[in-house]
Write a protein that binds this ligand. Sequence first.
Ligand SMILES: Cc1ncc(COP(=O)(O)O)c(C=O)c1O
Length: 427
Amino acid sequence: MSKVTDYSAKQLLNYKAELVEEYKKLSKLNLNLDMSRGKPGPSQLDKSNEILDSLSSYKLENGVDARNYGILDGIPELKRLFSNLLDIDTDDIIIGNNSVLNLIYDTVARLFIFGTLGSTPWCRLEKIKFLCPVPGYDRHFKILEEFGIEMINIPMTQEGPDMDMVEKLAASDETIKGIICVPVYSNPDGTCYSDETVRRLAKMKTAASDFRIFWDNAYVIHYVYEKVNVLNILREAEKYGTEDRIYYYFSTSKIMFPGAGVAMIASGRKSITEIHRFMSVQTIGSDKINQLRVFNFLKNVENINKHMDILANCLKPKFDVVLDTLKHEFESTGLCRWSHPKGGYFIALYTLDGCAKATVELAKRAGLILTSAGATHPYGNNPHDNCIRLAPSYPECDELEKAIEIVCVCAKLACVNKLLNKDLLDV
Ligand SMILES: Cc1ncc(COP(=O)(O)O)c(C=O)c1O
């Protein structure tokens, strides 16, 4: 296809007429599709059903009875497994309950109420700011917003957040207390941080002594096309004595059943000891039965890798449908570009500026729910209104084919309307 952005007004009008016809045809199908959240589909969930029968004993490897109270920081066999998987010392790991988001929320809450390692609790300070790489994950932004934290957009590059900007801001403003990162197959554009980015984050100077890096490694092993090894930030931080600056999160949500697995936090020894102390007031025992079930299912690193190959095989055809269609429909048009993730759960679609919200609305009217267009940015506000998160994991391929067809027609319509200076929703 030739470059639509170079079309004459007459060519644009002709093209729009074709698109309107296509749009009306699709609308008449009365579809009811949803591509909004990164949930595994039912056939992917089936690959983990074995976990439902994975509990034959309640004895832990150290003889402890998993049915009773006790053990706050995770059963030893699961801590060892995560230690081997992620190359983190077992003593620097705490296994939590089922959700990384819950652990992140608790961490922020503790920092507000108690501060960390002797620093002033954030609730006593007039302003707290965070650096937020964009596009990013709406649930992270929601947590920060809930605590009244001012969020500063940091543009993503191919190598992670714009580190010149991050270093400059973190070094110059004491009210900037942290950054929240998804370093591997990021949500939503699938970016993997370069070694240099990880090193710079680990060693950068920060004006605030209690500056913290929230390292949400949710997708570290969720490859689809290619396994990418991003540098271990805790190991890097150890070289500079900044390991307590890192809060490293991981969960099994997308490995097995979301919401029914386990989550993990790791950090430097001082931070972990502190978190352990707080937790010992919150609870007198974690859910060891679930941890044992997870351990019995995952077994060892080799087995986890085999399982991730199976999941990649579930996701690949779905990503193929979306990526191939985007290429076919948009390559060389000048209308949209998109990310090319090697893994994770999402693809980011970039329309012409100002056209993302209209695309999502047109899709909704045609029977397809997409993630709302601002969700990729703090406060739901993308100043360029150009980014849509596509989540291909839940629908089956035949539904996805229809869904992505709708996305393409709607994005084209919104963009062509913009080029024609028309109302973006005009069809
Ligand atoms: C970056 C990121 N972190 C965390 C989560 C949720 O993890 P959990 O289910 O462990 O709370 C998601 C889910 O989409 C995610 O994309």
